[in-house]
Design a protein around this ligand. Structure first.
Ligand code: AMP
Length: 296
């Protein structure tokens, strides 16, 4: 049975009971509008932990003033149905007032890592992400929390926060789930019109081409970025926000491709902003896996 709760106190009682029954606790934090990417996280959590909590919360503090907070999809009934079908034990769906009551004023920041890529493009975004994830960890106290490689910088930033603040939680990063044409699943894909949707696979195509260049021996970050920039520029309706190669550990921009590298980009189609990344291990000349899905 899947139960849904909106209050911090109720969730704490329920999770404690599960723990007293000897279950380990898994947490899958989401903003809802669930798709197969989220489902892969829930399934992983079911395999690895005994009591799975899915949080559904469109976190206002991670949206900038001109971003899509108000139009972000909130199909709660459908989301709950998915959680039930996937065997989640508890859906935690707090209100904004529950998470940020009047006079709320405490935030956490991962200072260096939050400056680059998504952080540079969306000022304040990672302050909101780190704060809400820390709150969720404190409310639920999971043994393991599950995040997607799709948001690689976010996953790495949370890992840094866990290390820096000695948080007693394990992290599991799950591969990016994609449509068959390579487009990474995202709740924001539903904003795309038919033509934008046809062109959106260019993000992953350009990344795969970059990966090929690296595997063939290209080591100049500037050349890799130049290739991706040109591919996006020649795609109708696509506007590059950023492309960057970063060290997969420190998540800081690099000049030369060495060791494990993440190539990440953000592209706008009209008002819709999509992100994607690949992790390339230039040392072993391997790229790491993605899950491909039938479209639908
Ligand atoms: P969101 O609801 O977009 O905040 O995402 C919630 C979690 O799902 C995050 O850890 C994301 O990285 C993960 N996620 C989103 N899209 C995908 C995807 N296509 N494949 C795997 N994980 C994903």
């Amino acid at each position: 049975m899947t139960i849904c709760m909106a209050s911090v106190e109720d969730v704490r009682v329920e999770v404690k009971q599960a723990r007293d029954r000897g279950r380990t606790i898994g947490l899958v934090p989401t903003m809802g509008a669930l798709h197969a990417g989220h489902v892969s996280l829930i399934r992983e959590a079911r395999e690895r932990t005994g009591f799975v909590v899915v949080s559904i919360f469109v976190n206002p503090t991670q949206f900038g003033p001109n971003e899509d907070l108000n139009r972000y999809p909130r199909p709660f009934e459908k989301d709950f149905q998915i959680c039930r079908e996937e065997g989640a034990d508890l859906v935690f769906a707090p209100s904004a007032d529950t998470m940020y009551p009047a006079h709320f004023q405490s935030f956490v920041q991962v200072e260096r890592m939050q400056q680059y890529l998504e952080g540079a493009s969306r000022p304040g975004h990672f302050k909101g992400v780190a704060t809400v994830v820390l709150k969720l960890f404190n409310i639920i106290r999971p043994d393991t929390a599950f995040f997607g490689q799709k948001d690689a910088q976010q996953a790495r930033l949370i890992q840094q926060m866990v290390r820096d603040l000695n948080l007693p939680v394990g992290l599991q990063i799950c591969p990016t789930v994609r449509e068959l044409d390579g487009l990474a699943l995202s709740s924001r894909n539903q904003y795309l019109d038919a033509e934008q949707r046809r062109n959106a696979p260019i993000l992953y195509k350009a990344l795969q081409e970059a990966e090929q260049l690296i595997l063939k021996g290209e080591r100049s970050t500037a050349e890799i970025e130049k290739h991706i920039t040109a591919r996006i520029a020649s795609t109708p309706g696509a506007v590059l926000d950023y492309v960057a190669a970063v060290d997969s550990d420190r998540f800081e921009p690099i000049q030369r491709i060495e060791g494990d590298v993440i190539i990440a980009l953000a592209v706008r189609f009209g008002r819709t902003r999509l992100i994607d990344n690949v992790l390339v291990s230039s040392a072993t000349l391997k790229s790491l896996p993605n899950h491909l899905l039938p479209a639908g």
